[in-house]
Write a protein that binds this ligand. Sequence first.
Ligand code: NAD
Length: 486
Amino acid sequence: MQQTNVKPIDCLHFIDGKFVPSFDGKTFDNINPATEEKLGTVAEGGAAEIDLAVQAAKRALNGPWKKMSANERIAVLRKVGDLILARKDELAALESLDTGKPIWLSGSIDIPRSAYNFHFFSDYIRTITNEATQMDDVALNYAIRRPVGVIGLINPWNLPLLLLTWKLAPALAAGNTVVMKPAELTPMTATALAEICRDAGMPDGVVNLVHGFGPNSAGAALTEHPDVNAISFTGETTTGKIIMTTAAKTLKRLSYELGGKNPNIIFADSNLDEVIETTMKSSFINQGEVCLCGSRIYVERSAYEAFLEKFVAKTKELVVGDPFEPKTKVGALISDEHYERVTGYIKLAIEEGGTILHGGKRPEGLDKGYYLEPTIITGLDRNCRVVQEEIFGPVVTVIPFDTEEDVLDQVNDTHYGLSASVWTNDLRRAHRVAGQIEAGIVWVNTWFLRDLRTPFGGMKQSGIGREGGMHSFEFYSELTNICIKL
Ligand code: NAD
């Protein structure tokens, strides 16, 4: 098991350009989800470390970062992207050790996309111009952009470096300084990223990193701090509600990317082979631990049996196991606690009257590690908790439908509204259905195809605001309108 020469790292905070332990020396263990063994230790920060980091970020905001020209800042950001690519194999191994995801996945998506986030946003910032509005011959208005200030970035464990860089790159490109609080379960690539920022020539204090937990720990301290101007948060909807309450006391600007319970809608006229190929990914990639995964699959009744037959057959072929084995398609779930949560939903599915068509248990021969067979459930109706609540694991429900109205009614009957995919070869229906789904992102005949200029985010309880292209810069910058009487 675990064929990698890359050594796990002990994770310290990175504050004002230096790696430092916690003031009281407190640490917690970092566990490898694929082996249940200790990878190393992580410094456990709290209010004191957050305060030090915020003060450093505040000094850097109006100090060295502001004094650099736009071209100089862009050069540093591009260098961060270059250095991520230069350390790609090492970062991919660290990501797979931390998360349990297959190494081919971290090597082909997580790490290259993290580099691209820096290259993309450092290019994009050059295209932004100021808006000007003339009022007849009375006045001329123009709006200038400035940074929001010190931004707190709070991230989840499922795509650790990819999602952190998705926030960090535009925040820095817009001239802000940051304090990052990565997920406690996946601290290693964030620590490596701090080192990369330093090596790329980022001035001290521009990027700070404090490890720790959420409640009564570094996460809560960051959202409470009066000198933090905005919080960009990706994580669970329930956590988002707590952060909103805390952040209200200092009226922080908030950007939220939250949970989802995303539908795949498959019409009988779609190409079944294409559907199956993509549905395998949208269901089980990254162990189903992607916010965009399609966990509710609706199939038009005339295609239902044929879909299930092929889907189950293909799912049986998926190899579950060691993330460092090239043939592995599904790795380990993130933690003991999450494993209990996901398997709890499988038990609940049976109580709610569902049938487990495939999976539902630990694969044979894998006694250690949080491994679970990809699981397909049928026979549940729209009101079941398993159909309504986010499971965030390799578990999908499949439900037949009869009409467009019927499926739209079921699809929109949820508090979530992150993404959806629609499968049909009928052009008019594709547009008609896509436009009626209450979700921030709808794919037609594809899934997870991303152009970083497009708006990304959720509606209802899946998020507030959008990221991507100009949308990211809207969040990470303040506007001042200057009106000049002519
Ligand atoms: P989580 O909400 O448990 O934790 C996310 C982060 O918030 C962690 O860093 C955690 O330490 C911190 N945190 C927890 N409580 C806090 C508090 N009270 N104050 C401040 N910080 C706190 O989420 P998770 O389990 O790490 O991630 C999985 C969730 O993230 C799923 O719901 C998934 O759908 C969602 N997600 C959404 C997107 C998206 O783009 N919409 C992307 C990825 C993941």
